[in-house]
Design a protein around this ligand. Structure first.
Ligand SMILES: [Zn+2]
Length: 433
């Protein structure tokens, strides 16, 4: 098959292209794979998979950054790229351990290929592998689809480093630096001669997933420090691992400054609320992005959410105790719900839930339905109300992950109402982001 011709991107990203950044994980969108030329000899394989792959042609070889989540996507990239260069792959560099960056590695590597990563990457992979059944379950929720990953093509690094690593390959200098943020093992790559910066997942065109509700906590406070450091490089091309490359030193600097400012604002405002002794609920009401940042197309909450960040930081910094003694050794929630049901009776709760649905308060419907179903799991009206609420919450979601979680729950609820069960059928074998 004829490969897509390399295309060149000029100017900064349009609002539309921010919306198309692949990090939003819209599995219903049609992929438009393309090899995009970033600068002379530097290419981005975009939209073959969840994350980009970068290929740098030197005088003697090709250096590859990241590998996608699947061997088939990696193979498609290499097939197309072989029309541009047939040189061997000398290095594969991982930006971090997430599956959308590491699982296609075997396609790119020969026995001669050196694989570079941060020192922490192998132990992050090992920790992830401890929880494979759990991760399959949560990823089926995160993606709300029968997303299946073929064999894991991860290859362990042959060389790791702690802070900084440089090398020259075929006349091109590569400068790697530890840049924690999305993960502890995150690396940014810098080509000083060509002024191309690869920030990995520390920048993508929407509000970042600073705290993923399904995954371990992330080092938010150092994320901004990593971005600050990247700013000092004054890059002329920015090639994030999700979304399209950007060009132009001024627009890149302005974008990174505002991205870092947004993260710092949410982090610092949450810390102030904690120190002021505010509850989580009060903090959630108070902490917002300033309007001038919230209105930026690359800070829309299409993936991460401000409220999820606040929740995550609160728990990360204060522990799980909610400072209400009733929560210290709380009864199971189901016991509390059954007692409420005993006191209130089913009918008033159902009527109140129906009113909440009429008044478009689907979150309240969900919570009231939970109370009813705790004591009466087969209650048909409560189950239907819950299903309606899930559909409304999914439809109203801006964040792709939020929409997927509600949609997954709605599919399971509908199947249970129909007498089927889908639990376990939408299994995703992945470890992305
Ligand atoms: Zn990623």
């Amino acid at each position: 098959m004829k490969p897509p011709p390399p295309t060149s991107q000029q100017g900064h990203q349009s609002q539309q292209s921010w919306a198309a950044t692949t990090i939003v994980l819209d599995h219903t969108a049609t992929r438009k794979p393309a090899i995009i030329k970033i600068a002379d000899g530097i290419y981005c394989a975009h939209d073959y998979a969840v994350a980009n792959v970068f290929l740098i042609v030197t005088d003697t070889s090709v250096v590859v950054i990241d590998s996608t989540e699947s061997l088939s996507a990696a193979r498609a990239i290499l097939n197309d790229f072989r029309k541009i260069s047939s040189l061997p792959v000398s290095y594969l560099i991982y930006t971090h351990h997430h599956g959308d960056h590491t699982r296609g590695a075997k396609e790119f590597c020969s026995s001669e290929t050196k694989v570079l990563a941060h020192r922490l990457l192998p132990q992050e992979i090992a920790r992830k592998n401890l929880f494979l059944p759990h991760r399959e379950r949560i990823n089926s929720q995160q993606y709300a689809t029968a997303l299946r990953f073929a064999k894991d093509g991860y290859i362990a690094p042959t060389t790791t480093f702690e802070h900084h690593y440089t090398f020259n390959e075929g006349g091109i200098s590569f400068d790697l630096s530890h840049a924690p943020g999305e993960t502890e093992d995150h690396v940014r790559i810098w080509l000083p001669q060509q002024k191309v910066l690869f920030p990995g997942d520390l920048f993508y065109g929407c509000f970042p997933m600073l705290n993923n509700p399904l995954k371990p906590t992330r080092p938010v406070s150092v994320w901004t420090e990593s971005l600050d450091h990247m700013l000092t490089l004054q890059s002329e091309h920015l090639a994030p691992s999700h979304g399209l490359p950007m060009h132009g030193a001024a627009v890149i600097a302005e974008t990174l400054v505002k991205y870092a400012r947004a993260i710092r604002h949410i982090h610092d405002a949450t810390v102030r609320c904690i120190n002021a002794g505010q509850s989580l609920d009060a903090t959630l009401r108070e902490v917002r992005l300033p309007p001038e940042l919230a209105s930026l197309p690359y800070l829309r909450e299409k993936y991460g959410k401000v409220a999820w960040t606040v929740r995550g930081l609160f728990r990360q910094y204060t522990g799980w105790y909610d400072f209400n003694p009733s929560g210290l050794n709380a009864n199971p929630e189901s016991l509390r719900q059954r007692v409420l049901l005993e006191v209130c009776g089913v009918s008033p709760l159902v009527e109140r839930a129906q009113r909440a649905l009429r008044e478009d308060e689907p979150q309240l419907v969900l919570e009231l339905a939970n109370v009813i179903l705790a004591g009466w799991p087969g209650h048909l009206r409560a189950r239907r109300l819950r299903l309606s609420a899930l559909h409304r919450l999914a439809a109203a979601s801006v964040s792709s992950m939020e929409r997927n979680i509600y949609s997954h729950a709605a599919t399971a609820a509908q199947a249970a109402l129909d007498g089927r069960t889908t639990l376990g059928t939408n299994r995703a074998r992945s470890d992305i982001t």
